[in-house]
Design a binder for this molecule. Structure first.
Ligand code: C5P
Ligand code: MG
Length: 240
């Protein structure tokens, strides 16, 4: 599958940073191709604990890959609790908490908020939830995020779902979604894509090597994409 070596968006390649994107393309191709070999021959037979032990799903993908949209469908169909790291951080900004302005500046710059801050927000939600089947969306974005979660929460994900989407498609979706986000502009999108490539892909690769990764082809209609997602959760025998 070679979608990820398709020519990069002129929007990206017209920037002064395009050369580093292009230089990294062969590396990105190798990583992505190794993910795609994971699909297909998986046996979806993971047990879901019946007691209060959490069942944790990390949902990963670049900006505009459709994580949030698909999480809503998983919630409707399979009754998970959806925790979006980005939404929790934006809520923190809106509540004018002590970390709010620091978080805002980092989000505007497309960078990653210190892991401890994000993990504590996730922890608060997990601890106060009656539903113990979690979809944690947009997290971990870096190895540091991943390690902080393991340290603070003391758990690892049961499964990791990765929405694999070409850069051009992600840029198009983010620029068209009109949600009034401070980071949905082309300059910040470029930065977010670079951060995704440098910091998030290694995390995805880590879970691929651990055999926990389910890769979804994130191109198509919402319903078409959900038909790839459905079997992962359907065979978990999770009741609503
Ligand atoms: O996932 P979402 O696109 O909503 O994230 C928006 C921004 O929130 C990211 O670009 C990043 O600045 C911040 N974020 C973070 N750490 C996470 C998730 C999001 O710093 N784990
Ligand atoms: Mg989102």
């Amino acid at each position: 599958m070679r979608r990820c070596v398709a020519p990069l968006s002129p929007l990206i390649s017209s920037s002064s940073s395009s050369s580093s994107f292009l230089r990294q393309a062969p590396w990105r191709f190798n990583i992505w191709e190794s993910f795609t070999t994971v699909i297909g021959n998986r046996v979806y037979d993971l047990p879901v604990p019946e007691d209060n032990t959490p069942f944790i799903t990390f949902v990963l993908g670049g900006p505009g890959s459709g994580k949030g949209t698909q999480c809503e469908k998983i919630v409707e169909t399979f009754g998970f609790r959806h925790l979006s790291a980005g939404d929790l951080l934006r809520r923190e900004i809106a509540s004018k908490s002590k970390d709010g302005s620091m978080i805002l500046n980092i989000i505007k710059d497309g960078k990653i908020v210190p892991s401890e801050v994000t993990v504590k927000l996730i922890q608060r939600e997990m601890e106060s939830s009656d539903n113990h089947k979690f979809l944690i969306d947009g997290f971990p974005r870096s190895e540091e995020n991943r390690i902080a979660f393991e340290r603070i929460i003391g758990a690892e994900p049961n499964i990791v779902v990765f929405f694999d989407c070409p850069v051009e498609e992600m840029v198009k979706r983010v620029l068209n979604r009109n949600q009034g986000r401070v980071d949905d502009n082309i300059d910040t999108i470029r930065k977010r894509l670079k951060v995704f490539e440098a910091l998030s892909l290694p995390v995805i690769n880590y879970y691929s090597q651990k055999g926990k990764l389910y890769t979804i082809n994130a191109v198509g209609t919402e319903d078409e994409i959900f038909e790839q997602v459905r079997p992962i959760f359907a065979t978990l025998k999770v009741s609503k």
